[in-house]
Ligand binder design. Structure first.
Ligand code: SF4
Length: 95
């Protein structure tokens, strides 16, 4: 049961890093008010735009990569990579 706690602690460290940069006037692109939705988009072009912004304009990239390597996320764009969501398997209805 340590994994959920460690994940939350690691995510907290990433968010603190993003906040630290924000305080210095450097905003992580994924928290931009008008563009943040791109990181959760299912549109390949928007996912590509999010990935590009991660790789070229994020001051917290290293911290994000450290976080998501240790604690893989199931979906969304993290550290420049789109994480595929595993489709839920539906149970076949039995007659
Ligand atoms: S690397 Fe991408 S997902 Fe990670 S904090 Fe930066 S903008 Fe957000």
């Amino acid at each position: 049961m340590r994994e959920p706690i460690e994940r939350m602690e690691a995510l907290g460290r990433l968010l603190a890093e993003i906040s630290r940069h924000q305080d210095n006037g450097e905003q992580a692109p994924c928290v931009h008010r008008e563009r943040g939705h791109l990181w959760l988009s299912e549109d390949p072009d928007e996912q590509e735009a999010a990935s590009h912004a991660c790789l070229t304009a994020c001051p917290a990239f290293a911290a994000c990569q450290t976080y998501v390597t240790a604690h893989p996320e199931p979906s969304g764009v993290w550290a420049g990579i789109h994480r595929e969501q595993t489709p839920l398997k539906r149970k076949k209805k039995t007659p």
